[in-house]
Write a protein that binds this ligand. Structure first.
Ligand SMILES: [Zn+2]
Length: 454
C-alpha cells in the first residue's frame, strides 16, 4: 500500500493544466486524474456518492447521520498552472524546465519533501482531504452532518466548475454550514515583531478584474506618423495610472488581523497592534510605504500585464490595447475602479472596460462555532498556532461560496515558508512530508467536529 505522501506524488504526475480558453484544455488528463484518485483512495470511492459535473468538478458526499444538519464543504482544486518549457504532448514526468531544480511533474520524494507543480497549490489539499476521509472510513467513522468534498477543475482560470456545483446546491436546497477552501497558510513571518507561528485564515478576498484600455487612432504608414498616436496615448494613460494609485484604506478585516497578531507581538509593536483601530491612519500609511504584500492589504493594486499594438513593425496601429490586472480592496468595487481610471486618464479616445468582474467577497463571521471548530482542528494538528483572520490577496473558488455561506474560510492547513509562498505559480514548488501529515490531521479533526451545532 502506498504511503499518503506517495499518493500526493502520484497525483502531481498528471498535468491537469487549466486554460482560460476551455478548447485548449486537455481533458484526457482530467479523466486520468479522476481514475487515479479512485485507485489511490478506494474506500472514498466505494462508500461515498460521487458526482462529476460537466466542467469536471468532482464532488463526493460523506453522508451525515443527522439529515437535519447542513453540511461542511471542503473545497480544493485539482487544476494547476502550466510550467513554461514543458511539452504536455510528451511524457511530462521526464522533462526538466527552465528555473526548476527538479522535474516539475515527476512527483519526486526526497529529503523528506515531495517536489512538483501542485504540491502547494492545490493538490496537497486534494490529497489530504481524501486521505483524511479514507482514514476515517477505515475506522468506521460516520460524521453527524454531511461532508461534501468539492474539487474544482478550473480555479486557476476563474472557477466556473464550482459555479456548477453551487447551482446544484441551490437546486437541492443545500446551504453549507461551513466552507473551507485553500488560502492563507501557517506562517512565521507575517508581520513585523511577531515571531510566533500564525495561521492566516482568509475571511474575505480582494476583488479581481482585468481592465482593458483601448486607445484608438487613424492608421497609416510608419514613415508619415501623426502625433499622439494610439501607442503614445496608451503609454501616457498607463503612466498616469501608475502615478495616481488608489486610496489607502484600512479595512475592518486588517484591523482585526492586527489586533489578533498583537497578542503575540513583542516590543513597542505590541502596543501599536493592540491599538490598531485608533492608529489606522498611521498604520495604513506605513503599510502603503512598505510596498509588496503589506501595501496590497490597504489599497486596490493595479498591474499592467499585457500590451498589444500593430500587427507589423511599420504600421501605425489603429488600436493599441493594455491589460491591467486589478485587485480591488474591500469597500471598493470594480466599477469604482473603472470610473477612477477614466477620470485619471481623461482622454475620450481611450475606452476603459472591465472584462472580468469579481468584486471583493463578503466578509465571513469570526468567533462563532465554525471558527472555534477551525481553531480546535488547528491546535490538534499544528499545536499552539494563532488563528488570524485576514484578507486573501489572491483569488480562490471560495469567493463563489461566500455568497451562500457566511462562514467561508480560506485556509491551507500547512506551514509555508517565504520560499514556498513565492514558489506558488513560479518555480520549485515543494511540501515537507510532516507538514502534509499535519494537513491530513487538520481535515480529520474538522470532519470529526461535524457534530457541533450553533
Ligand atoms: Zn490554488
Amino acid at each position: 500500500m502506498l504511503k499518503p505522501i506517495e499518493k500526493l506524488a502520484k497525483i502531481i504526475q498528471i498535468p491537469t493544466i487549466s486554460n482560460p480558453d476551455l478548447k485548449k484544455i486537455d481533458y484526457s488528463q482530467f479523466d486520468k486524474f479522476e481514475k487515479l484518485i479512485a485507485e489511490l483512495w478506494p474506500l472514498v470511492h466505494q462508500k461515498l456518492e460521487k458526482k462529476v459535473f460537466p466542467l469536471k468538478a468532482i464532488v463526493f458526499e460523506f453522508p451525515g447521520t443527522d439529515k437535519s444538519l447542513e453540511p461542511i464543504v471542503l473545497l480544493a482544486h485539482y487544476d494547476v498552472v502550466p510550467v513554461p518549457g514543458i511539452d504536455t504532448k510528451k511524457d511530462v514526468t521526464k522533462q526538466t524546465a527552465p528555473g526548476w531544480d527538479f522535474l516539475p511533474f515527476a512527483g519526486i520524494i526526497e529529503h523528506n519533501k515531495v517536489y512538483g507543480r501542485g504540491s502547494l497549490d492545490d493538490k496537497e489539499c486534494i490529497a489530504s482531504i481524501l486521505e483524511a476521509t479514507e482514514q476515517l472510513l477505515a475506522d468506521g467513522f460516520s460524521p453527524k452532518r454531511s461532508i461534501l468534498l468539492c474539487f474544482g477543475s478550473d480555479e486557476e482560470v476563474n472557477g466556473h466548475s464550482q459555479e456548477e456545483v453551487i447551482a446544484w446546491m441551490k437546486q437541492n436546497k443545500i446551504n453549507p454550514w461551513m466552507v473551507i477552501d485553500e488560502g492563507g497558510a501557517v506562517v512565521d513571518d507575517a508581520l513585523p515583531a511577531v515571531s510566533s507561528k500564525m495561521a492566516m485564515v482568509g475571511i474575505t478576498e480582494k476583488g479581481v478584474s482585468d481592465i482593458v484600455l483601448i486607445a484608438k487612432a487613424e492608421t497609416g504608414h510608419a514613415s508619415t506618423p501623426a502625433r499622439n498616436g494610439s501607442v503614445t496615448r496608451l503609454a501616457k494613460a498607463l503612466v498616469k495610472i501608475e502615478k495616481h494609485r488608489g486610496q489607502i484604506k484600512m479595512s475592518q478585516v486588517v484591523i482585526k488581523m492586527l489586533q489578533t497578531a498583537g497578542k503575540k507581538a513583542s516590543g513597542p509593536m505590541k502596543f501599536v497592534y493592540k491599538h490598531s483601530k485608533g492608529l489606522s491612519p498611521l498604520l495604513s500609511y506605513l503599510f502603503a510605504k512598505m510596498g509588496g504584500e503589506t501595501e496590497a492589504l490597504v489599497r486596490t493594486t493595479t498591474a499592467p500585464t499585457q500590451l498589444q499594438g500593430a500587427p507589423a513593425h511599420n504600421i501605425l496601429p489603429p488600436v493599441a490595447k493594455a491589460n491591467i490586472n486589478v485587485r480591488v480592496i474591500t469597500g471598493e468595487t470594480i466599477q469604482n475602479t473603472v470610473d477612477r481610471f477614466k477620470k485619471i486618464i481623461n482622454d475620450p479616445q481611450i475606452e476603459v472596460e472591465a472584462i472580468m468582474k469579481n468584486d471583493p467577497a463578503p466578509i465571513s463571521d469570526v468567533g462563532g462555532v465554525q471558527w472555534k471548530l477551525l481553531e480546535k482542528a488547528l491546535h490538534k494538528s499544528h499545536g499552539d498556532v494563532l488563528a488570524t483572520p485576514y484578507i486573501m490577496l489572491g483569488g480562490s473558488d471560495a469567493r463563489h461560496y461566500s455568497k451562500i455561506c457566511k462562514t467561508t474560510y480560506r485556509f491551507s492547513p500547512f506551514y509555508m515558508g517565504k520560499d514556498q509562498r513565492s514558489s506558488l505559480h513560479g518555480f520549485n514548488e515543494y511540501l515537507q512530508i510532516d507538514n502534509f501529515i499535519k494537513g491530513v490531521e487538520f481535515y480529520k479533526e474538522i470532519i470529526k467536529g461535524s457534530s457541533l451545532k450553533n
